[in-house]
Design a protein around this ligand. Structure first.
Ligand code: ADP
Ligand code: MG
Length: 583
């Protein structure tokens, strides 16, 4: 390990305990105060890493700097009890002395906390040993920082704040364990998400499916839509003429101010997407007409058994139906999520006969139930030419080299979009289970609070989307299906979901509750999380648990501006034809 020349000393250890965000228990953080000599040249930033001697020989505890403040001995007891003239005089002296460089009266108090790693001669490993108060504390230099923090041969996603080195991450692994992007509106979530997607498309073999309720990603990823085989799915009807369509498209989408000068070029690009058939209308069946599965059929029967209005004489028959169905599913190995089909007809016939021989009346519930099921499974699903969820799922799962890789679903109506999210995710999962493949698919949910809210409802369909996304997050990894979710408030999100994400990108979260939730999830000091309040647009804190980085170190970085990346490509394209395969 190599260090900066400056050496500090460990002065204090403070243990801070507070109630957890949900108020049910408490958490404790260790905070260390390190004294560093004051000098104008001191190269110390929040996020810097320190090494301090511990009780074990040749074993150093790694600390991360959460904050630092210059201190002057002359002002330590300078409070209101000292006469004003003296206060003013002292402060004036002190103020001057900072500019004259360091002296022994002044130093820097550095607040740092342990991140769960120790360094020995054999390198870094997980662990903790108590550090020795008073002992030297050194700052890891750029090289050592890079070796510890950055992923070797990883993808560059920005610049580490204060270090000026590229932050490289293991993108495939980040994706496998799902990604979250959390920040207040306007902090740059969509911008970062687009920059990440651009890298995922170029440096991994994943396909990406974006659920876009703000209608922004087809512009934010315009270059990628051209570069790769891709599809924009819309529920909007466009005119048949590509030129008219492109004009309508420009009217219904927001063009960021930064790209205002390129309006005409963007329009022509959109026109070419229309000509290539990359912008397609997604057919969504009327609400409530989603199809039945074996599972939902089982539930329907159970509801009949539990319903207190079901006549007593019919209940055994419903139970029999349930048993027969269960037996048939086991014998024929029918998965629960398979669509209900006419193989249930023999069971229906059998139960009907049983009912008749038991002397049930013609108008019994069970007969009505059977006859409606019969007509459901016997009606052929109308085969249409419309591009629907099922066809979309097939395209998403298509493993051909030239099959589409990027899908942007422009969703305008919230309730409908929740149904679309639910049915697409379910369809893709069900199909993936039946025909396994290892090619990764990333689902991107921006404004995720709309789909996986804390408070789900049946009425607005959020129950549907929430349970589908929860399933994706819990079980998707086995099937190489992953998610990136982005939202402005963690408190509004289904908390089961949060525990499934191993990589968080965090910028300004004004509510303490949201920040506390993150510190508790990852065991990071509140002091560090509070520093996210100072982040500027485009600056992020990356925290990962066994995913994006070789070690679990929270790292502050400056993300590239996605708009610059598109602008560069629009710029390069002087001829007006965006070139396919542009890097
Ligand atoms: N890394 C960045 N560098 C420069 N500007 C950025 C960066 N990220 C975002 N911005 C700008 O900040 C504004 C808000 O970004 P946006 O991604 O829409 O935020 P959010 O999705 O969180 O509401 C946009 O004008 C965007 O161009
Ligand atoms: Mg946004």
């Amino acid at each position: 390990m190599e260090y900066e020349p400056v050496v500090g000393r460990l002065r204090e250890v403070r243990v801070i305990t507070r109630p957890t965000a949900d108020g049910r228990s408490s958490v404790t953080f260790r905070n260390f105060v390190v004294e560093m000599p004051y000098s104008k040249e001191l190269n110390l930033e929040i996020g810097a890493l320190l090494a301090v001697e511990t009780i074990r020989e040749d074993t150093y505890l790694i600390l991360e700097v959460a904050d630092y403040v210059p201190v002057h001995f002359g002002m330590i007891n300078l409070d209101g009890s000292i006469p004003k003239e003296i206060r003013d005089q002292v402060m004036e002296e002190v103020s001057k002395s900072w500019h004259n460089g360091g002296n022994s009266e002044m130093w820097i108090d550095v607040f740092a906390y342990p991140i769960g790693y120790i360094a020995t001669q054999n390198g870094f490993r997980k662990g903790y040993y108590p550090p020795l108060p008073g002992s030297p504390v050194r700052i890891l230099n750029k090289e050592s920082f890079k070796e510890f923090v950055c992923a070797k041969n990883g993808t560059d996603i920005g610049t580490v704040l204060g270090q000026g080195i590229p932050l490289t991450v293991n993108l495939p692994k980040a994706m496998v364990y799902h990604i979250g992007v959390f920040a207040f509106t306007g902090s740059g979530k969509s911008n970062l998400t687009s920059a990440l997607i651009r890298r995922i498309l170029n440096y991994t073999d994943a396909k990406v499916v974006i659920f876009d309720i703000s209608m922004e990603y087809s512009i934010l990823l315009l270059d990628q839509l051209l570069k790769h085989n891709s599809e924009i799915l819309t529920t909007e009807r466009y005119p048949s003429n590509p030129s008219d369509s492109s004009r309508k498209f420009m009217r219904t989408h927001v063009i960021p101010e930064e790209l205002e000068n390129y309006r005409e070029r963007i329009r022509r690009t959109i026109e070419s997407l229309f000509m290539e058939g990359k912008i397609r209308t997604l057919y969504v069946p009327p609400q409530g007409s989603m199809s039945l599965t074996y599972d939902s059929f089982l539930k329907l029967i159970k509801d009949q058994i539990d319903d207190k209005y079901t006549a007593f004489a019919q209940k055994p028959l419903f139970s029999l139906m349930l048993r027969k169905l269960d037996e048939m599913m086991r014998v024929n190995k029918i998965p629960k999520d398979a669509p209900l089909d006419d193989s249930i007809l023999p069971i229906l016939d059998e139960i009907e006969n049983e009912g008749r021989s038991a002397g049930l009346k013609d108008n019994s519930t069970i007969f009505a139930f059977i006859s409606s099921l019969r007509s459901y499974v016997s009606t052929d699903q109308v085969q249409s030419d419309e591009y629907d969820i099922e066809k979309l799922a097939i395209d998403i799962l298509n493993r051909d080299k030239d099959s589409p890789r990027l899908f942007v679903l422009e969703l305008q109506n919230l309730e409908e979009s929740r149904e679309i999210v639910a049915s697409l995710v379910e369809e893709v999962m069900a199909r993936r289970k039946r025909s396994f493949s290892t090619s990764p698919i990333l689902f991107v949910l921006d404004e995720a609070q709309e789909f996986i809210p804390f408070d789900t409802r049946q009425r607005d369909k959020s129950e549907l989307s929430s349970s589908a996304v929860e399933k994706l997050l819990r079980h998707g990894r086995k099937y190489h299906l992953h998610a990136l979710i982005s939202t402005q408030r963690l408190a509004y999100l289904n908390t089961n979901v949060l525990q499934q994400l191993h990589t968080y990108f965090i910028s300004v979260l004004p509510r303490p509750y949201d920040r506390q939730l993150v510190s508790e999830t990852f065991g990071i000091s509140d002091a560090l999380l509070d520093r996210t309040l100072d982040l500027e647009v485009g600056q992020w804190l990356l925290v990962s648990f066994k995913a994006s980085l070789p070690h679990d170190v929270p790292v502050f970085f400056n993300a590239p501006n996605n708009l610059d990346e598109i602008r560069k490509i629009l710029e390069e394209d002087r001829s007006g034809n965006l070139i396919n395969g542009n890097k």
